[in-house]
Structures are given as structure tokens and as C-alpha cells.
Design a protein around this ligand. Sequence first.
Ligand SMILES: [Zn+2]
Length: 134
Amino acid sequence: MSGAWSPNYFFIWDGNSSDNRETETSVKNRSQKPSTKLIARERIAILFGQAQRVYAEDPLLANRYVDLARRISMRQRVRIDHEFRRRFCHHCYAYLVPGRNMRVRVHRGNVVVTCITCKKHTRYHIGRTHDRKD
Ligand SMILES: [Zn+2]
């Protein structure tokens, strides 16, 4: 327990959706701030990194990080990167670790991920950059 990083920080950040300084700096570009999305993606990456780290000790905490990452992506309208999207169950949103709570099979050119927690499958296309979930 380092205590240097607290999940509460993200709760505070997440709730603070309105920014007062915005009106002063620019009137034109107030609806689209690319930096906000960049920060959101960074936060998501950090959260998945944290989830990976704490999973062995506390899988439920890992799930909470996934939940926070999803909320950030929904609020900021950013997509969760490919590499992270496969790390959680799209049905119960549990953080997935191969060999622990997920099984991976390749079936007819598709990756089929089975979540041990909810017993559901998620399919991914391989080979294409554009992956669609079932
Ligand atoms: Zn699941």
C-alpha cells in the first residue's frame, strides 16, 4: 500500500465536468477541447495499469478501476483503446486476466474470450484493426 495514488482522485476529477476558465480563454473552441479527450485517454490507460497491478491482491478493486475507466470514456466520449477493451468482460465488466478469470480460444479466425465470472463469451476479429464486438 503506497498511498500515493487514490481512486478517490478520479471521483473528484470525474465529477468536475464544467470548467470556469474555459469562457475566459476562448469563446470559439469551447465545445471541442482535444486536450480533454487526450487527458481522458491517459486516465483510462492509468486506470487499466492500476487494475493490472492490483488484480492479484484485490480483484474487486481491479473491477472498480475498469468501471471508472468506462465512466470516463462515456462522459468524455472517447473510445477505450483496443488493447484495453480486451482486458475486461463486456457483459459484467470484470477485469480479465488470462488463466485466472478468462479463457481465450481461437475459433475460425475469431478470438473467443470466455469470462469465468459471468460465463459469457465475447468474440473479436483478428487481423483487422477494426474490431467489432459481437
Ligand atoms: Zn463477465
